[in-house]
Design a protein around this ligand. Structure first.
Ligand SMILES: [Zn+2]
Length: 129
């Protein structure tokens, strides 16, 4: 487990700001913010659809790839318009670990979040609860 840095708290705030702005319907309920080692921040919201849901992490990763960004350093996803931190689902954990093996993931209660390596999330799924 890793300590929260000021940049991690700023990332939670960035995700919360996107959630407050863009998650205003049942179609969009979560927002992710991802930071690169260079300090660039990419964001994305989930897409809920009867044809299948796309997680906010996937949209943020897609935005990063679209903009030519390499590996991500840290990611956080928030729900309930920024009032909760959401742990990536198992599929996203695998996707993120494949793309950015040293990724740090912010998890835990929004009032006391913590950082865990994505590989640790994969090994112990309940660490995020
Ligand atoms: Zn997911």
């Amino acid at each position: 487990m890793t300590t929260m840095r000021d940049t991690d708290r700023a990332l939670v705030q960035a995700a919360s700001a996107v959630a407050k702005l863009r998650c205003r319907s049942a179609s969009h309920t979560a927002a992710s913010a991802a930071r690169t080692a260079e300090g660039r921040v990419l964001t994305g919201v989930n897409v809920v659809h009867r044809a299948g849901d796309t997680c906010a992490e996937v949209v943020a990763l897609g935005a990063a790839v679209t903009q030519g960004v390499g590996a991500l350093e840290t990611i956080v996803t928030v729900g309930d318009r920024g009032r909760t931190v959401i742990s990536p689902c198992e599929r996203c954990q695998r996707l993120l670990a494949d793309h950015s093996p040293s990724l740090r993931v912010i998890v835990g209660p929004v009032e006391d979040p913590r950082v865990v390596p994505v590989t640790e999330l994969l090994l112990t799924p309940d660490v995020a609860d």
